[in-house]
Design a protein around this ligand. Sequence first.
Ligand code: HEM
Ligand code: HEM
Length: 171
Amino acid sequence: MPVSGHRTHWTSLSVFLHWSIVVFVIAQWIEGEFMADFWDGTLDGKALDQSTIILGYTHIVLGTLVLVAAAVRLLDRFVNGRPPHPENEPTWASILARVTHALLYAVLLGMPVLGIAAWFTGSDAIAGYHTFFWNPLLALIGLHIAGALAQHFWFRTGALRRMLPGVRHTA
Ligand code: HEM
Ligand code: HEM
């Protein structure tokens, strides 16, 4: 049974997975263009240099790990619940946070699924849908980071602190 609202902190697994996803997404940003070369070269049957091949496969592996980490995080949330939304923030901020989190999850799960589908079908159209979601993801991450900083410095809740490793504060 989900016990949402009864916890005062995120599980250590959930915190670990949150920051793992951050590292993987930054890596996708850095090696993304090598994946684009790897993809074009593979479709056209061109010879590719070793760094393109290695970074291309890195993209596939880390992208799949984002999918797994986001899915496990959602499962952990369903089983163990999540800490309540901070009380000393206005309702609009709480609603905006919920919507942003839901959209973040949708893209974190959807992007790798589309990437894998493109890879196994060799479809450029699906690859196009995959990369289409990159800018919306960046916009959501920007909004999310602004929200996390606003929680800390403006609304002065413990929301940011409780997402830090080893910290068990309530909001
Ligand atoms: C959340 C995880 C992922 C993110 C954030 C992500 C991000 C990106 C980005 C930003 C690009 C465009 C690079 C550029 O044009 O400069 C790209 C390309 C690509 N990605 Fe991913 N990716 C993820 C997961 C995956 C996975 C699991 C696969 C599976 C094979 C994959 C397959 C591809 C392919 C085939 C392309 C080339 C598409 C093209 O050039 O038209 N991606 N990805
Ligand atoms: C790639 C970048 C990031 C992604 C994809 C991401 C994703 C997410 C997601 C999906 C949640 C929802 C948690 C849930 O309701 O289950 C979350 C929570 C959270 N994130 Fe991030 N995050 C990123 C970067 C950051 C950064 C840089 C910070 C700090 C400045 C941060 C701080 C937080 C905090 C404090 C929460 C918990 C909110 C609460 O307790 O209600 N995140 N993140």
